[in-house]
Design a protein around this ligand. Structure first.
Ligand SMILES: C[S@@+](CC[C@H](N)C(=O)[O-])C[C@H]1O[C@@H](n2cnc3c(N)ncnc32)[C@H](O)[C@@H]1O
Length: 176
């Protein structure tokens, strides 16, 4: 699974910035095997939260703020990274998944309320997780899971301060 390099780009802010959604996009990206997320804008709180999560639970997930999305998509394509845009208008996930699983380097793009038309044209794939409107967080989780064929569920995060001992009942946590 680690042979894949998956990065996430969130395009488009709401009129009132929703740092809870942004934090959840970061947490899902990290937990489900992406190496970093690009956000257009966020409170330092979002990056601070993720730094804290890395310190406690391990890994080196990164949050990168403020790089213009046009540059990120251009650079991704230049370096041979495939741009996979998640949108309800795209091709059904179940039809494109065999091709997506072949890719080693991916920039997964999710939107906010309005995504510029150029993103649809520049993407190598426009992919729908059902042709119904729902949530960038849900779409991202499902696509990360499917692209990695579920292997990300077994991932370990090194250099953590705490580690969970999975348990059928209650909470078991040990210090490393
Ligand atoms: C609030 S939704 C906006 C829905 C938007 N009209 C669209 O193109 O999917 C915000 C983001 O969630 C993701 N999203 C929502 N529904 C989706 C679906 N069925 N398939 C894939 N992505 C979806 C897209 O990345 C979208 O930009």
């Amino acid at each position: 699974m680690d042979s894949k390099s998956i990065q996430v780009l969130r395009i488009g802010q709401r009129y009132v910035r929703d740092d809870r959604t942004l934090t959840h996009l970061c947490l899902v990206s990290r937990a489900f095997g992406a190496e970093l997320i690009y956000l257009e804008d966020a409170e330092k709180d979002v990056t601070g939260t993720l730094e804290g999560v890395n310190r406690t639970w391990g890994g080196e997930f990164k949050v990168v703020l403020g790089t213009p999305w046009r540059k990120l998509i251009r650079d991704a394509k230049k370096e041979g990274r495939s741009v996979v845009h998640l949108t309800m208008y795209g091709e059904p996930l179940q039809e494109v998944m065999p091709r997506l699983r072949e890719l080693d380097r991916i920039l997964l793009v999710v939107g906010g309320p309005k995504v510029p038309g150029k993103v649809y044209r520049e993407a190598d794939y426009n992919v729908a997780v059902t042709s119904q409107p729902h949530s960038e967080i849900a779409a991202l989780a499902i696509v990360l899971h499917e692209i990695q064929s579920g292997e990300e569920l077994k991932r370990t995060f090194h250099k953590s301060r705490l580690r969970i001992l999975p348990s059928a009942r209650g909470k078991r946590v040990v210090e490393n």
